[in-house]
Design a binder for this molecule. Sequence first.
Ligand code: G1P
Length: 286
Amino acid sequence: MITKAVIPAAGFGTRFLPITKAIPKEMIPIIDTPTIQYVVEEAVDSGIEDILIISGKDKRAIEDHFDSNPALESRLAEKADQSWYKMVRHISNLANIHIIRQKELNGLGDAIRHARWHVGNHPFAILLGDTILHSDSKPVTRQLIDVYREYHQSVVAVQRVPQDKVSRYGIVGGHKISENIWEMTEMIEKPAPETAPSNLAFAGRYILTASIFDKLDETPRGKNDEIQLTDAMKALLADEKTFACIFDGKRYDIGNKLDYLKTLVEYGLRREEFSDDFRTFLKTVI
Ligand code: G1P
């Protein structure tokens, strides 16, 4: 059983300045709901009970969002309309959420290293805190857990990206073993398009075995002088099989302004509270 998830959320969010000067990028709202709440909900809907958020300096808002707020709750409890009260209580009761801080920002791989003692020896999920994956069928982390149950090996969500965008992602090479599953033989973090082994890109969701922690300890700084999770996973290939799952769903990268605007429009279209006229207008935008 996979019951623990790690959500790295320590980065500066420089691509989204100036809002990220004082507000964590994971708290950037999709209409009225912070991005990281969607990520936590995906984990919970996938059967995860225990979530470790790797946070950093100036990220207090994330802790506060998932904590209870007695003053606000007692005010909302007095209202005739109890839906606000229930909603606020629901957020603080979503899961067992733990927070630790990454003191220095040394990359995604280093952030995950901080989870070692919390995770122990069991396989666990990683969900990047600035990326929403929406699926009408099954939460994407659940899709990965189902693959893990079949193969008992690490599995990572991937999606096809245009060839000219491969240098933004971790890219995998390997061979197809079923309709949507690849066995990975190679992976490169942010390759030049001419060296990319495919256009299958890591999409921000992983199920990894605990062996990744020893590999992370041995991983030198890589791309952008950071300790890369991709490099540690590549080292893991020598000892364990690793799979890539082309997930069913759509990825919204909130760290990217254009993607963010598209996310607002698409999530707006899903909101029944908006009038038909307004939703018709939103449709003209996309
Ligand atoms: C990280 C990973 C990369 C992955 C990407 C997905 O990169 O290192 O392999 O493809 O997330 O969003 P980042 O976007 O944090 O630079």
